[in-house]
Design a protein around this ligand. Structure first.
Ligand code: AVJ
Length: 341
């Protein structure tokens, strides 16, 4: 145990961002831990499993949209783009886009996980020999500069899987504004956005019968035990997924099943029965709602594709030549939802 020699601050610094976020998150009321910490190696593997589940429709629906509309997307985008992917993860869908696009100058995946970057790059190199891959290991919400790529004319941003749904509306707008600055004028953006739908479909997608999503959520507690000397008993917490109608989002929690004290990095946290730790939001949109959000961030919706069952949508946005020509009337027209998360 390293507690004896280092002060708690030194221990937190040593364990970095995860330690800071967990100790801060568990100390606040209601308690919460940011969803980006789901993705350690175990969590990324569980998420891959989720994407194969019958109940979890987003991945296969987006994949089908890319397969069915890839050629049309490429027509809109034009040739020899530099493809920048936000939160690239396993980049499994990216291959379909790379197949469809004509002459990609370079591919810049941005992801916090070095491991999944390396694994994805290996696979892409085999499938797309000659593709210049320039990985950026970084938090895509905080990336301000792209690695230089010679002859970069037009740039296509790609944000798949409805990961934009994890962000609040104001954070999603800020992300789109930052992306505009990062990608530069004349750039385009392709996003996967999950659509609002009946709860008969939505709730099982976040609480599957096989318990894979529950394991994905509980893995966060296992990760704390592994990395932060935690004493969480996973049997005494349960996965919970609800739909918040007002906010238009799935909310995921870990519910405490019995009064208990848990230690993390030497600090004791007393949990009461029924108390919850918030771990993720997954906002859902209508096509019109998402297009209004995009406009409020300075993007012009060029085209949107949805599947026949209206489960999922792909949006192609184009950046106004420059914000100078953007009709001010459109700015901030999107209703600001004052959600705390
Ligand atoms: C990776 C954020 C798109 O919100 O649907 C899947 C993560 N959480 N099951 C989503 C997730 C629970 C997923 N995203």
């Amino acid at each position: 145990m390293i507690h004896e020699t280092l002060s708690s601050h030194e221990i937190v610094d040593a364990r970095g961002e995860f330690a800071q976020a967990v100790l801060t998150g568990l100390s606040r009321s209601p308690r919460s831990i940011p969803c980006r910490f789901f993705y350690d190696a175990e969590g990324s593997a569980l998420f891959e499993e989720i994407t194969q589940l019958e109940e979890y429709y987003p991945t296969r629906t987006e994949t089908a949209l890319l397969a069915n509309h890839g050629a049309e997307i490429a027509e809109h985008v034009g040739s020899s783009v530099v493809l920048v992917e936000f939160g690239s993860g396993s980049a499994r869908k990216t291959s379909l886009l790379l197949d469809a696009l004509d002459e990609v100058r370079a591919y810049i995946p941005i992801d916090v996980s070095e491991a999944s970057q390396a694994e994805a790059a290996e696979r892409l190199k085999t499938r797309h020999p000659g593709l210049a891959i320039v990985p950026l290991v970084a938090d895509f919400t905080k990336t301000r500069v792209l690695p230089p790529v010679s002859g970069r004319e037009s740039t296509l941003g790609y944000f798949s899987g409805s990961t934009i749904g994890n962000l609040s509306h104001s954070a999603a707008r800020a992300f789109l504004e930052d992306a505009a600055r990062l990608l530069g004028p004349d750039s385009a953006m392709l996003l996967g956005v999950d659509l609002k739908k009946s709860l008969d479909i939505l709730l099982p997608a976040y609480n599957d019968a096989g318990g894979v999503t529950a394991a994905f959520n509980l893995n966060l507690l296992a990760r704390i035990n592994r990395e932060l000397d935690g004493t969480f008993d996973l049997e005494r917490f349960a996965h919970e997924a609800i739909y918040n109608e007002r906010e238009g989002r799935i909310e995921i929690y870990l519910e405490c099943l019995a009064d208990q004290n848990v230690r993390v990095l030497g600090r004791i946290f007393a949990f009461e029965t029924g108390e919850r730790i918030h771990t993720e939001n997954s906002h859902k949109y209508t096509v019109a709602e998402f297009q209004a959000l995009a406009r409020s961030a300075g993007w012009r919706p060029e085209k949107a594709w949805t599947d026949p069952d209206q489960l999922f949508s792909l949006h192609l946005l184009r950046l106004w030549r420059s914000l100078k020509t953007y009709p001010r009337t459109q700015m901030r027209s999107y209703p600001v939802v004052t959600s705390s998360a």
